[in-house]
Ligand binder design. Structure first.
Ligand SMILES: Cc1cc2nc3c(=O)[nH]c(=O)nc-3n(C[C@H](O)[C@H](O)[C@H](O)COP(=O)(O)OP(=O)(O)OC[C@H]3O[C@@H](n4cnc5c(N)ncnc54)[C@H](O)[C@@H]3O)c2cc1C
Length: 481
């Protein structure tokens, strides 16, 4: 899919991802019969859509109003609308997030697999597409139901478990979608590089300007970083599913931001050509617009961050303790992966997180218990902050300080060293000689106010400084205060 996104993100979303993000919910919680039904559609190159979000509630899925209330005859009655759904008209089936209980809380919603062939006539109508800034090639639209009866066996998983199923499925889709979006940056970087390499300024290719060179190199590093992190996180879905609740949110939050920032930097490198809608580099505009979906599609970055936060205390308490290292296959791209164990995905990682462990169970540098610097021949460790063979860090003397009134007290930067009684040599700081007060120009608005000067430097005791009337500094230049 990454290769498809390199060519056209709309093609990726419309012809691959849309069915994938729908089907994942069925693989995670659906019955065998539902899995067979969805697999049958996909194998016949048919499409399945997912209608989770509502325009009015966005990421707040608990606020979902679309309802599928169980009726007295055991059937579900569908009422409400979903407005922004990919492939809504093309799909043969739709996985819908619906309220199945009037009460508040996270157990009031379920997922329904709606086979369009089973919708009675006149109970559903399509809503028009909202025009969008990006992803314009994707078929978007909505659907509205009115008292539409459906058999109860259309429910995916137990009643009331819709949110839990969605949160588990998000772990798969958030990780993999962001990984696919790295393909956009790949093409954007190549496009920019091609344009800049063929453009000459100051008698040489623009790519040879140091600043341009460094932005291109940094963007390439970002691309590799995003690729590496999202690939490892995607492989963790197979190999460490119990921890995916951490990795998926982290990848979505972090990688999407790096991608968006990198695209922005490249757009500035293209300069005015970024606006030109002709030529090879015109594709950049489209990629930049399509890429924005990385930040909010399936979930807002902030929402992912909010899902990480409650897990941090448990991580802090448990994740350091003697855990086994992650399997090496996680980092080996050529290693075979087992099928995704959906039943082992968990809404919370429960304090488990082992990416900081290296093979053999050692903690990576920077984590607690990091490897200690080697001892010297006498068996001593180097003093804190120093490792053998490194130079001691010396803090530079302050060039200036700010006193309580925010005025600068200038110090001589290279005052001579003098001996202290204990033998320590310290740098003596010498206050500059105070300047005489400047005459206040008539009509400047400052007449009557005090000229700004450093009271300490002027020989006044320090406490006087804090007693200066505030009006002196608050007086406006038009003479009012
Ligand atoms: C091209 C395209 C295709 C789409 N396809 C589908 C589809 O097939 N199926 C589908 O169901 N939906 C689809 N959508 C809808 C999409 O998933 C929406 O992005 C989703 O509804 C989220 O809502 P929102 O972006 O309006 O954000 P809102 O939830 O309205 O967020 C608004 C602001 O609040 C912040 N925020 C939200 N939650 C939190 C939180 N918990 N903590 C802190 N801040 C928060 C966000 O960062 C954001 O700044 C599609 C959208 C587009 C553009």
């Amino acid at each position: 899919m990454r290769s498809v996104y390199r060519r056209d993100p709309c093609l990726g979303l419309g012809y691959g991802v849309s069915s994938f993000i729908a089907a994942v919910n069925v693989w995670a919680a659906g019955s065998e019969e539902q899995c067979r039904q969805v697999a049958g559609l996909l194998l016949k190159n048919r499409k399945v859509a997912v209608a989770h979000h509502e325009l009015a509630h966005g990421n707040d899925m608990v606020g979902t109003e679309f309802e599928a209330m169980p009726g007295p005859d055991g059937r579900l009655l569908l009422n409400g609308r979903k407005e922004v759904v990919t492939n809504i008209r093309r799909a043969d089936a739709v996985v819908m997030f619906a309220r199945t209980d009037c009460g508040p809380g996270s157990r009031s919603h379920s997922q329904i697999l709606v086979d369009k062939a089973r919708i009675p006539d006149g109970r559903m109508r399509y809503l028009p597409r909202y025009s969008t800034v990006g992803m314009r090639g994707v078929q978007l639209g909505g659907m509205e139901f009115q008292d539409c009866p459906l058999p109860a066996d259309t429910m995916v998983g137990p009643q009331g478990h819709g949110l839990e199923t969605a949160l588990k499925s998000f772990q798969v889709t958030r990780t993999t979608l962001v990984a696919m979006f790295t393909g956009i940056l790949d093409t954007a970087l190549r496009t920019t590089l091609r344009h800049l390499a063929s453009r000459r300024l100051y008698g040489r290719p623009v790519t040879e300007l140091p600043e341009v060179h460094s932005v291109l190199a940094a963007t390439h590093a970002d691309l590799l970083l995003c690729d590496a992190f999202s690939t490892v996180a995607a492989r963790a879905i197979h190999l460490a599913p119990a921890e995916t609740a951490i990795y998926s949110s982290a990848v979505k939050f972090f990688v999407s931001k790096v991608l968006m920032d990198a695209m922005h930097r490249l757009s500035t490198l293209l300069g005015a050509h970024f606006y030109v809608r002709e030529g090879d580099h015109a594709i950049f505009q489209k990629l930049l617009r399509d890429n924005q979906l990385a930040g909010f599609g399936r979930a807002a970055r902030a929402a992912c961050q909010m899902q990480l936060l409650p897990q941090l205390p448990l991580l802090a308490r448990r994740s350091w303790r003697g855990a086994e290292a992650l399997p090496e296959e996680l980092f080996r791209l050529d290693a075979e992966l087992p099928p995704v164990p959906f039943e082992r995905l968990a809404v919370s990682a429960g304090g488990r997180e082992r990416l900081k462990l290296l093979a053999g169970g050692r903690l990576v540098r920077g984590a607690r218990n990091r490897p200690q610097p080697p001892r010297d021949p006498a068996g001593r460790r180097p003093p804190h902050g120093r490792t053998a063979g490194t130079r001691r860090r010396v803090r530079a003397p302050p060039r200036h300080r700010t006193d309580r009134r925010g005025e600068l007290r200038h110090l001589r930067p290279h005052a001579p060293l003098r001996e202290r009684p204990g033998g320590r040599r310290v740098r003596r700081t010498v206050a500059r000689k105070p300047e005489p007060p400047r005459p206040v120009p008539q009509g400047s608005g400052l007449a009557g106010g005090r000229p700004r000067q450093n009271p300490r430097a002027a020989g006044q005791p320090a406490r006087t400084a804090s007693r200066l009337p505030r009006t002196a500094s608050l007086r406006r230049v038009d003479g009012t205060s």
